[in-house]
Design a protein. Sequence first.
Length: 114
Amino acid sequence: MSDLEGKYGLLPQIPEHVIDELRHEAENFANLFTHDPEETKHSIREEVEWLKENKDFLGRTLETSVDAAMELYSDKLTHKQWMDLRTLLLKGVLLVLQSINEALKEKSNLTKGF
């Protein structure tokens, strides 16, 4: 087994329609972020908190991975820039998690159908 197979081999295939739906969600998020950044930050905080309360290690892993990446630029960004970039990075990871969740739901539904 290759290292990459070991890291990613069990991840499900993501159907194209799921990618299209998430692309649409990302576009809506970007539009809302432009017009109401505080509302988007609030929605991201809610999603992360839900993950931490319901999928503890996943929620904490999400925050840890984004915050670790952010630390590389902490001295180059204003607080507002840091918070904006953190929000965007969290949303990106949340979209990946959503795509995996949707793929697993579809796989489960197909399995139940047989």
